[in-house]
Design a protein around this ligand. Structure first.
Ligand code: NDP
Length: 317
């Protein structure tokens, strides 16, 4: 029995700021996009609280509310937004073949990949418990809430160093928790961290537990217990914010072997564009950006992908 196949001009995978912005633009260009929302409808912003740095919201906005607004805007423009996961893609021939977990099959003339990235976490139970209530994976998003309060940053790469330096201007004190006796961050960043009087680097230490208060749904981090891996001794630090900066993982497992990825797994795009190595397949947002990783830059590249896919489709008629 032959499977029913839906034919579509523009198929968008992912529903963060990049995916929804691409949906708004492709809808307005009459490409009638279908969007599959993925594992986390709304993307990483649905796991944060207040967003204060997205232009156009003078009083800030809750991350989930902002993503709901973006979804509604895309739907009002005509995007067909569906709850579910893409389970396989075949980019070897055009039209591109896509299957989803609701048993549907598609043939798409163009594809925009906007599956984002996920911050890596330590994997502690207490860390999960306080996620969004003191534990954060994004210093630029949440640092401001710890004005004048002590915070900790875990990690020793460029992101952790950048986060520690950023937080040192806001927080009363920053503890940087490094699991070895050396940092991975570039020399210049390390020097800045070491010289900063507001940052205390705690070497050779891993986090045993994050603790805090809980009253019903109200939770707040109060500190962490660290173990020195050389001496075996525990140390308690009192902090209100606990920032995990141990790297990000782009959500690209689905595209392994289908599209060019860099050595860290991010989709490679032609610099200054969203064009991947497969003509007609574009990538936008954090799945192709390990530098900026902001909602506004993701939205901007979603717009680029929509315009580029529209122009590319015109050349195919
Ligand atoms: P990295 O992979 O470079 O660093 C991750 C850090 O987290 C490492 O120091 C690692 O420790 C530590 N880590 C990993 N797992 C754990 C764990 N379970 N517990 C404690 N610590 C852990 O990630 P980044 O996000 O820092 O950087 C990614 C890329 O982006 C890099 O190439 C970086 O140079 C680049 N970047 C560049 C910037 C710039 O140029 N301005 C800014 C930010 C990032 P260990 O060293 O022991 O493995």
């Amino acid at each position: 029995m032959s499977q029913e196949v839906e034919k579509v001009k523009s198929f968008i995978i992912g529903s963060g700021p990049a995916g929804y912005t691409a949906a708004i633009y492709t809808s307005r260009a009459n490409l009638s996009p279908i969007v599959y929302q993925g594992m986390e409808p709304g993307g990483q912003l649905t796991t944060t609280t207040e967003v204060e740095n997205f232009p156009g919201y003078p009083d800030g906005v809750e991350g989930p509310a902002m993503m709901e607004d973006l979804r509604k805007q895309a739907e009002r423009m005509g995007a067909d937004i569906r709850w579910g996961l893409v389970t396989s893609v075949d980019f070897s021939h055009r039209p591109f073949k896509i299957s989803t977990d609701d048993g549907k099959h598609f043939e798409a003339e163009s594809v925009i990949i906007a599956t984002g990235a996920s911050a890596k976490y330590l994997g502690l139970e207490s860390e999960t418990k306080f996620r969004g209530a003191g534990v954060s994976g994004c210093a630029t998003c949440d640092g401001f809430f710890y004005k004048g309060k002590p915070v900790a940053v875990v990690g020793a790469g460029d992101t952790a160093a950048e986060d520690a330096l950023y937080l040192s201007k806001i927080a009363s004190k920053v503890y940087m928790i490094v699991r070895r006796d050396a940092m991975r961050a570039s020399k210049v960043m390390q020097d800045r961290v070491i010289k900063n009087p507001n940052i205390e680097v705690i070497w050779n230490s891993v986090t045993k537990e994050i603790y805090g208060t809980e009253q019903g749904f109200m939770k707040a981090v109060k500190g962490a217990i660290l173990t020195n891996v050389v001496t075996g001794e525990d140390r308690k630090i009192e902090v209100d914010g606990f920032f995990v900066a141990i790297g990000h993982k782009p959500n690209t497992e689905l595209f392994n072997g289908q599209i060019q990825l860099d050595e860290e797994g991010y989709i490679k795009t032609i610099p200054g564009t969203t064009q991947t190595n497969i003509e007609g397949v574009f990538a936008a947002g954090d799945v192709q950006d390990h530098i900026y990783r902001q909602a506004i830059t993701a939205a901007g590249s979603g717009c680029m992908a929509a315009i580029e896919s529209e122009r590319w489709l015109q050349t195919q008629d």
